[in-house]
Design a protein around this ligand. Structure first.
Ligand SMILES: [Zn+2]
Length: 99
């Protein structure tokens, strides 16, 4: 016996399906992959910028104040383009918007 589609829908009273994302939903998987790809692309862009600075001998030099970036910071992250004090002041600027 075959039931018409609209009758099938009516015959399931109450919503037993939990709202949220289905991990098997290909659209969700795609958007997760897109997020991953965006992150990797952003990383690649930073590496490319670092390589450009190496070419122009600007590597290890703060792009804000022109001072040398601390070697310890560079060893942690070779793509760093700002010295410690500029990074700190940059962060402070974001937080202190009291004016
Ligand atoms: Zn600086």
């Amino acid at each position: 016996m075959q039931l018409p589609h609209d009758l099938l829908e009516v015959s399931t009273p109450g919503d037993n399906q939990a709202p949220g994302y289905d991990v098997n939903d290909p659209n969700i998987v795609m958007s997760l992959r897109r997020g991953q790809a965006a992150r990797i692309l952003a990383q690649l862009t930073r590496v490319e910028e670092t390589l450009n600075r190496l070419d122009s001998r600007g590597f290890g030099v703060c792009t804000s104040c022109g001072k040398d970036i601390d070697e310890i910071l560079l060893k942690k992250d070779l793509t760093k383009d700002k010295c410690a004090s500029c990074m700190e002041s940059g962060e402070n600027n974001c937080e202190n918007n009291s004016e």
